[in-house]
Ligand binder design. Structure first.
Ligand SMILES: Nc1ncnc2c1ncn2[C@@H]1O[C@H](COP(=O)(O)OP(=O)(O)OP(=O)(O)O)[C@@H](O)[C@H]1O
Length: 361
């Protein structure tokens, strides 16, 4: 496997070893189990996970509604653990915008679309009335709300309501936009409209956008998707466009396992199953990759004959994670993203370079 470094400075969202434990009647539930996430200014990222994986818990913390049990989290330069009451109000009013799944949380039912947008800037007393009206008009144009600006939420379709909600969320020009299942109650066509709107706001305003969802199809609308499983970040998919020799453009998606700060990595289940890796594995540092071999093999792995480099044997335990894991948990690997982040590609069998997978256009 090859490893590349993508460290950078001043992220807009940074979670380090985030833990959230809920205790109900003596029973503890670990909703977040050392989650790491770094989102750079101007990025648009989808966080995808199944029900119970910890998405809502993560979003509650990032939006300042809940505090973690351990670890650290900052959004738009605010330390979410040390933030006092006054800073929290400023943070929620000016630094972050929210789009929730339910319209009732996004819009006031007795105001029209345009009035909902303007109410946000009026409450924040941002600028003179004329400037606030001009800003509303700009947002109406950006979100293509011209035809519906004078309608109340109950006169709008689900997709239209969400587009108004996006305008409301960015009315105070936040640095970060958090969207919780923004397409959760929409049909496919409306979902595409709303995701296009989020992308267009991200591109035109540069607002850092995090979309939390259980819907895997959201992935195809953003460049970077982070998968969370069991309260931790597991894999990442990066999408890009490549130009072929004949000049044609191809969308390419590459999936990465995530290596954390202390070098932990979880191998994909299909790798461990195919090679019968379990309990203990042998590692070998080669000139351009790390080899992982079954600990059961009597003979030394072939690759070890080619090198005098260090090797080690690692025993796997279910939890907490050892220095290197090769556990066979169901589904894809579950490991925290590194901070700074490093990604280990695993698109092909071990020791083979990753092959980018082409998507159907
Ligand atoms: N207030 C709470 N008290 C006790 N347990 C909780 C609480 N909130 C969440 N949990 C538990 O934490 C885990 C993660 O829940 P969370 O709601 O974050 O998952 P999710 O990925 O958002 O799921 P869904 O998509 O179904 O909303 C679950 O096991 C859940 O039961």
């Amino acid at each position: 496997m090859t490893v590349e470094s993508t460290a950078s400075v001043d992220p807009h969202i940074l979670c380090v070893d985030l833990v959230r434990i809920f205790s109900t009647r003596g029973v503890e539930v670990q909703a977040l189990q050392g989650l790491n996430l770094r989102v750079e200014p101007g990025e648009i990222v989808a966080v995808i996970g199944a029900s119970g994986s910890g998405k809502s818990t993560l979003l509650s913390i990032l939006s300042g509604l809940d505090t973690p049990t351990a670890g650290s989290a900052s959004v738009a330069g605010h330390d979410l653990l040390s933030m006092g009451g006054r800073e929290r109000v400023q943070f929620q009013r000016g630094s972050v915008g929210f789009v929730w799944q339910q319209t009732s949380k996004n819009l006031l039912p007795y105001l029209t679309a345009a009035e909902n947008i303007e109410a946000v800037t009026a409450i924040a007393r941002s600028g003179a009335a004329r400037d606030r009206r001009r800003r509303t008009d700009e947002l109406v144009e950006l979100l293509e709300l011209g035809d519906i600006r004078n309608r109340r939420p109950d006169q709008l379709s689900g997709g239209q309501q969400q587009r108004v909600a996006i305008a409301v969320a960015i009315a105070n020009e936040p640095r970060v936009l958090l969207a919780d299942e923004p397409t959760g109650e929409l049909d496919e066509a409306s979902s595409v409209d709303v995701l296009d709107a989020l992308r267009s706001v991200n591109e035109s305003r540069g607002v850092t956008t995090l979309i939390v969802t259980h819907d895997p199809s959201v992935s195809s609308h953003v460049r970077r998707t982070v998968q969370i499983r069991d309260g931790r970040t597991s894999t990442e998919v990066l999408r890009s466009t490549r130009i072929a020799d004949d000049g044609s453009e191809h969308a390419v998606a590459e999936e990465f396992a995530v290596l954390d700060r202390v070098g932990r990595l979880q191998l994909p289940e299909n790798f461990t199953t195919e090679l019968g890796l379990r309990d203990r594995v042998r590692l070998a540092l080669e000139s351009d990759h790390v080899g992982v071999y079954s600990g059961d093999s009597a003979a030394p792995p072939r690759a070890l004959n080619r090198t005098t480099r260090p090797r080690s044997t690692v025993e796997t335990v279910p939890t907490p994670a050892p220095a290197v894991e090769a556990s066979a948990s169901p589904g894809y690997p579950t490991e925290p993203a590194s901070v700074p982040r490093r990604r280990a590609r695993h698109a092909g069998p071990l020791e083979q370079p990753a092959t980018p997978q082409e998507e159907t256009p």
